[in-house]
Ligand binder design. Structure first.
Ligand SMILES: *[C@@H]1O[C@H](CO)[C@@H](O)[C@H](O)[C@H]1NC(C)=O
Ligand SMILES: *[C@@H]1O[C@H](CO)[C@@H](O)[C@H](O)[C@H]1NC(C)=O
Ligand SMILES: *[C@@H]1O[C@H](CO)[C@@H](O)[C@H](O)[C@H]1NC(C)=O
Ligand SMILES: [Zn+2]
Ligand SMILES: [Zn+2]
Length: 295
């Protein structure tokens, strides 16, 4: 695809690069976080550079510094506070227990912060209205039709669920998004708007998966309907710990395919971290979709 035709897609791909930068090193990201416990502004510790890359990959504002610069400076502190605020944590600016816990959760690979984190800060023009939690992708891209076709791609080897299970789960999740709006979704085997399937590690879109844990999935903004699920996760249709509920993740990723970014309502389907089975839309998710399409 050319740069001229797909600037938005390329922007997203660049933003979503390697959300867990340490996976190729010998030290897992979770271990790096443990080393950073209690770190605050002005202190040095191994792994500050990796934390900085992590925050940057999720769209938080950090300074360009060498990855080996392990001084946690004022900029790093402010990016960490931004992360804490987005995730509904105490904005201590310190790598505290809650922050480590949240960063250790499995999550979506799409960044938290895009160009339009707050599309509708003053709904109804009332300056006293609270800001919305949902967000859109830069430029608010959306579909220009309501009947979307979808299909699944063949499973790679050793995926925990079969292709027919994926088809059923995807159909359930699409039905959930269809409630009270004009969308219809029809499965095809040919050219489709939404194309979902499992992918493993590096899979040709510049956003390699990271094996089990960490990033679970990612999906593209309209009108590119690709949805990729990390083939190496312990997927199930129950979500019984330690398995990951496929429908919960499909529902979230479909939200991206329909034009929603991440929500800072921790209970929304569009919240970036996986927190167990969540198969119904919250008001914030419905409001986000309705305001994007004018339902
Ligand atoms: C759809 O939304 C409208 C406006 O919020 C509401 O009045 C209506 O009851 C909803 N219908 C369904 C089927 O949920
Ligand atoms: C397309 O899907 C909708 C539900 O999303 C269904 O009501 C309709 O019958 C389907 N159309 C075809 C041609 O299968
Ligand atoms: C945003 O999410 C928070 C946390 O759930 C909630 O208290 C607040 O009411 C939400 N704001 C809006 C405008 O929905
Ligand atoms: Zn996401
Ligand atoms: Zn991908």
């Amino acid at each position: 695809m050319s740069l001229a035709l797909k600037p938005l897609l390329l922007f997203l791909v660049l933003c979503a690069l390697n959300p867990l930068p340490s996976v190729e090193s010998a030290i897992p990201f979770i271990t790096t976080l443990q080393n950073l416990r209690g770190i605050s502004r002005g202190q040095n510790a191994d792994g500050v550079g990796i934390l900085r890359i992590y925050l940057k990959s999720l769209g938080y504002q950090v300074n360009e510094k060498s990855p080996s610069d392990n001084n946690f400076d004022a900029n790093d502190e402010s990016a960490l506070k931004q992360y804490q605020a987005f995730h509904g944590l105490h904005t201590s600016g310190v790598v505290d227990d809650q922050t480590i816990e949240t960063m250790s959760l499995p999550r979506c690979g799409i960044p938290d912060i895009t160009a339009t984190p707050n599309p509708n800060p003053n709904p109804n023009g009332l300056s006293s209205s609270p800001p919305q939690n949902y967000s859109y992708f830069p430029g608010n891209p959306k579909w220009s039709k309501f009947n979307l076709k979808y299909r699944v791609t063949a499973n790679p080897s050793n995926v925990a669920v079969s292709l027919n299970v994926l088809r059923q789960v995807l159909s359930n999740a699409l039905n959930t998004w269809r409630q009270n709006n004009s969308f219809t979704f029809n499965e095809t085997t040919g050219v489709s708007d939404i194309v979902a399937g499992f992918q493993r590690l590096s899979h040709g879109d510049g956003n390699p998966f990271d094996g089990r844990g960490g990033v679970l999935a990612h999906a593209f903004a309209p009108q590119d309907g690709r949805m990729h699920l990390d083939a190496d996760e312990r997927w199930s249709t129950t979500g019984i710990s330690p398995t990951i509920d496929l429908e919960t993740v499909c529902l979230h990723e479909l939200g991206h395919n329909l034009g929603l970014g991440h929500s800072n309502d921790p209970n929304a389907v569009m919240a970036p971290t996986y927190a167990g089975v969540r198969r119904t839309l919250r008001q914030d998710d419905k409001d986000g979709l309705n305001n994007l399409y004018g339902f």
